[in-house]
Design a protein around this ligand. Sequence first.
Ligand code: ATP
Ligand code: MG
Length: 435
Amino acid sequence: MGCFFACSGDSNKKKRSENPNHNPKDIINSNFKNKAQDRTSSTAAADDSAAKQQLDSRRDVNGRKEEPREVVVPSSDARVSGVTDVTVEGNTSSSKARTFTYQELVDATDNFRSGFLGQGGFGKVYKGRILDTNEVVAIKQLDRNGLQGIREFVVEVLTLSLADHPNLVKLIGYCAEGEQRLLVYEYMPLGSLETHLHDLRSKQKALDWNARMKIAAGAARGLEYLHDKMKPPVIYRDLKCSNILLDEGYHSKLSDFGLAKVGPVGDNTHVSTRVMGTYGYCAPDYAMTGQLTFKSDIYSFGVVLLELITGRKAIDSTKDGREQNLVAWARPMFKDRRKFCQMADPALQGQYPSRGLYQALAIAAMCVQEQPNTRPFIADVVTALNYLASQIYDPSQTRNPHHRRTPSSSNVKQDSSNSKKSEAEESQSENDSED
Ligand SMILES: Nc1ncnc2c1ncn2[C@@H]1O[C@H](COP(=O)(O)OP(=O)(O)OP(=O)(O)O)[C@@H](O)[C@H]1O
Ligand SMILES: [Mg+2]
């Protein structure tokens, strides 16, 4: 059977236009039936374990990197200054980030005393307000004793100041004064996806199905922009829930481009790098060989999608054995559709469309395949997820026999043009007959 994602062959440069099939339903259904079933979980576990060995050497127990991150712009720093090398389709006048003085950022944050938002490998992040424009921003301050360095700072500025897409977080500017390195981003009021999916605070409402599909589709569009629209194309390399930030209405944007790498050029299919990324999201092929391809990002995207569907973490050391690794846990279940409802996040309380769950799992299964060349291209993932996100699920109009709970309202405003009363009912009856 054919592969309806453009996943056959080994070229990462194959474009969406070469893919003969763009019907989202065909893309989703055909792939799952044919591909998700012919993979064994034993090889998956072997790959995962090899990958873990590679990554473990670079991480402490908290999963944080122990070594500085690798330089991400090819060959030399000379390239860093050559910002005009990177362009975007249809956008020759690249937007330049503003430079801030350190004092302006001190003033914006009350001398970094208020608005602490979180901390990552780069340093601390603060909410602030730029006095002259009154703009609310998020300011990341490089920790000089931290795990990431000046080169990541440069790559972040370089990549984001040239990128311009609604699903990439906007870099407003930066400060490089003396030893200080700070990045100024648009403020994302709902924070990171991770805080909405894992370790919810007591009164925090779980994301509903529609919000999850909207977030997934948005993140996929951001990745598509990096892979297919930027010239040269960019491999993101650090796709994970904490790097997906959320705007009002669960509009998702990718953030953190310090690890981004210009993709292979000419006839090359990969870029050779030191293995970097985050354990649990890193493709086994990349972890084992150091050969980075666009399909490495697709694997990471599949892990994020699985997290959205299941509510489980990519790596959860509080669980037993195989359950610690989300992909190793999910792979055997992909083969048995009777297990699909067990894979849905219990926090959804059964409020999801059965067919939508099946289709979302189909996409995730394709993305996390062991062989990179059998993973789909991002353009096809976008087509499939845009379709899924457009199928607004209304819990008040269906009852899932697997869970009988009182329906609650949707996080995402319903688009009446896409609302289909019969969708969940139809998918339910289809699933019932298939079972
Ligand atoms: N633009 C932003 N708007 C709002 N909150 C933000 C913004 N950028 C970052 N944050 C918050 O700051 C936290 C830390 O972000 P940061 O990117 O530094 O670390 P991380 O993603 O958790 O880890 P890593 O360094 O591995 O990427 C995020 O989890 C998020 O809650
Ligand atoms: Mg981050």
